[in-house]
Design a protein around this ligand. Structure first.
Ligand SMILES: [Zn+2]
Length: 264
């Protein structure tokens, strides 16, 4: 049951803009994650014209206060007022790409008109941290682990998800990039397992328990490898490719080996 007001009635939301699509000559359809109603879609009319008053405000990952007019599936944006611009995200390619990847995830997984105020607040905090971070990928990894858990896909990174045995300090760990979680050397059957370096294996539980993104000591390759592994799992869950993630590692091959002991 929708909690939205009747058709054509005005209503107010606080929202983070996740994605947008050009429509017609000058309009934009924007996907908003609202604190009040979860994901909703709205039309910003004329916003791609140079003289539009709203054009600066309708931008990815900005947080605005909106006055909307209820439509059946697409609402109309009557007014927008800035709450947080997150300018630090827009000045830095790595921060922006990490932010857009987060935006695509939320748009993909969070339900329309399903309010999740706690998750909304966590997302806002993540964007604050990301907009000032010198390690945007560390923030992204931290968010991905939190996100999977918040969507019901908790993994215990200290034990094999198949046989339940605890990993000792030096045990080899293999990440299952389809079902998630880790497998021990005996249980890593099939092509969906990626060998983790010792540093990657040690980082996962640290990130999972941290209330803020830890300062990363991982190499760029190790960090990208963990993000890539989680991306595969999320794509499998979504049933489609998460395209913004491909901008995170345009030139470097990531850790896709299934055998232990491969060196960079
Ligand atoms: Zn096992």
């Amino acid at each position: 049951m929708s909690n939205l007001p009747p058709n054509r009635h005005p209503f107010e939301v606080q929202a983070i803009q996740l994605r947008s699509y050009a429509y017609g000559e000058s309009d934009l359809i924007v996907v908003l994650f609202t604190r009040e109603y979860g994901v909703i879609r709205a039309m910003a009319r004329g916003v791609r014209k140079a003289r539009s008053r709203m054009s600066g405000l309708i931008a990815p990952l900005r947080c605005n206060h909106f006055l909307l007019k209820r439509g059946r599936t697409l609402h109309g944006i009557s007014q927008a007022e800035s709450i947080h611009a997150f300018s630090g995200l827009h000045d830095d390619y790595d921060r922006l790409m990490a932010g857009l990847a987060i935006g695509e995830l939320v748009a993909q997984f969070c339900q329309e008109e399903d309010a999740q105020p706690e998750f909304y607040d966590a997302l806002l905090t993540t964007l604050f941290l990301l907009s000032e971070s010198s390690q945007p990928r560390s923030v992204l990894l931290w968010f991905l682990l939190y996100f999977l858990e918040s969507q019901g896909f908790y993994a215990d990174w200290e034990q094999c998800q198949q046989c339940g045995s605890d990993f000792g300090g030096q045990a080899y760990r293999f990440q299952n990039v389809i079902e998630g979680g880790l497998r021990c050397e005996r249980c890593k059957q099939g092509p969906d397992h990626r060998f983790l370096t010792y540093e990657q294996a040690m980082a996962l539980p640290v990130y999972q328990l941290a209330h803020a993104p830890p300062e990363s000591t991982l190499s760029e390759k190790d960090l990208n490898g963990l993000i890539w592994n989680l991306q595969q799992q999320l794509q499998h869950l979504a049933g489609r490719e998460l395209r913004t993630f491909s901008f995170l590692y345009p030139n470097q091959p990531v850790n896709t080996t299934t055998q232990r002991g491969t060196s960079p």
